[in-house]
Unconditional design. Structure first.
Length: 141
């Protein structure tokens, strides 16, 4: 009998102790921000400031459309495509997808970052939080 009662008593005691301990911690720490709070504060700050977005080419876009997007974007006022020329900071990786994304993002930014400025006949994709920049090439936000 005793050997069956003891574990139960011990368990209840341990539970009571744990609860009072948890309550104590909960009370004592309530004014200090936890890591979760800090993440939430960070998100709130992001929401309050301008939400950072970039425009890139959809990965499924065919080369002809990518070329068209480069020609169109780089032909617009306020779009400087020198970084994707040989020797520029954004020349590498040297492929159409990367060059088109860079040019499309510049156009998107110069046009005012409206969602329709990244349409490109359904070949544009607006991304946020995931900065497409890859050093030394920085996509202006
Ligand atoms: C598209 O262009 C890239 C170079 O930017 C090339 O590697 C790829 O083979 C081309 N794709 C097609 C389908 O021509
Ligand atoms: C837009 O996409 C459609 C369908 O894919 C195509 O027929 C048309 O030529 C494209 N227009 C431009 C301006 O790229």
């Amino acid at each position: 009998m005793e050997s069956q009662k003891n574990p139960l008593v011990f368990l209840l005691l341990a539970l009571a102790l744990l609860l009072s301990f948890a309550a104590h911690i909960g009370h004592g720490e309530s004014s200090r921000p936890t890591p979760t709070d800090e993440i939430q504060i960070d998100l709130r700050r992001k929401r309050n400031s301008e939400f950072v977005t970039w425009c890139i080419a959809k990965p499924s876009t065919d080369n002809e459309s990518l070329k068209r997007n480069i020609d169109y974007s780089c032909g617009q006022k306020g779009v400087d495509c020198r970084p994707i020329q040989p020797g520029g900071a954004c020349f590498l990786p040297d492929n159409l997808m990367s060059h088109a994304s860079y040019a499309m993002n510049l156009f998107y930014k110069s046009a005012g970052k409206n969602f329709w400025n990244c349409h490109f006949n359904s070949t544009g994709l607006i991304v946020s939080l995931e900065d497409p920049s890859l050093a030394p090439c920085y996509y202006p936000a």
